[in-house]
Design a protein. Sequence first.
Lengths: 112, 114
Amino acid sequence: GEDVEQSLFLSVREGDSSVINCTYTDSSSTYLYWYKQEPGAGLQLLTYIFSNMDMKQDQRLTVLLNKKDKHLSLRIADTQTGDSAIYFCAETPMDSSYKLIFGSGTRLLVRP
Amino acid sequence: NAGVTQTPKFRVLKTGQSMTLLCAQDMNHEYMYWYRQDPGMGLRLIHYSVGEGTTAKGEVPDGYNVSRLKKQNFLLGLESAAPSQTSVYFCASSYKAGGPYEQYFGPGTRLTVT
């Protein structure tokens, strides 16, 4: 079945890099996403990667995809206090393009 | 351009009461979704709609009904609320389904059922 797993919590110092990890089970996933949720708000798309890519960079964000191990990571360089939020990994299964399967979210706390 | 709006923001219901959550989007999106968010469980899809007049069940549809009479609105109904429906409810919309079409989320409705 479809399942997306993430660690629940990560704490880093301001200026350090953050790495948030995610594993998924559906090898037919076409797209994998990272969404950000700030306190009291809905989710916002941060970035996505197509399943035939292994890396995508977008300013401070780097997404790495290891399809063999079904492992996705999000690296945030020079983490700022404004990056404190919950980060959700999500996948779109190939057989159900309407669905987004979300992980449980990783709460990132950036300490000054 | 307001994006996706949800009404109300907060609500407390007693067990057995009914209510309707309203979602509106002004982006002319075809696809709309209702999710619930529970601690430690991520978001789970309740129902979705691929266009005006159509709805379909998601992952956790029991106890909920939906309607999409107008393209810009997607209503989520609870006919007889239960404490297990205490959650934060998010509506989302997208231009198309699948990837990489972004789902735009509303700010959420926090519902407590006592």
